[in-house]
Design a protein around this ligand. Structure first.
Ligand SMILES: [Cu+2]
Length: 71
């Protein structure tokens, strides 16, 4: 099933951070697209819910060095 969820991402300070988070999320199996906004502190992620889930996405954001929360 296709799912689109939003996450709050805090701790990003520049476009390099945005790229880092986007790249990490996109590398998750089942993720179709990830769009991270520095000013809004938000990530919008489209994924296949049979392969990925919000817990996996949040833990990936945190492993990248930022704080993630489903919103
Ligand atoms: Cu940065």
């Amino acid at each position: 099933m296709n799912a689109i969820e939003k996450f709050e991402v805090t701790g990003m300070t520049c476009n390099h951070c945005v790229m880092k988070v986007e790249k990490a999320i996109k590398a998750i199996d089942g993720v179709k697209s990830a769009s991270v906004d520095l000013n809004l502190k938000q990530a919008v992620v489209e994924y296949d819910s049979s392969k990925a889930d919000t817990v996996k996405i949040v833990s990936t954001i945190e492993k990248s060095g930022y704080q993630g929360k489903k919103i």
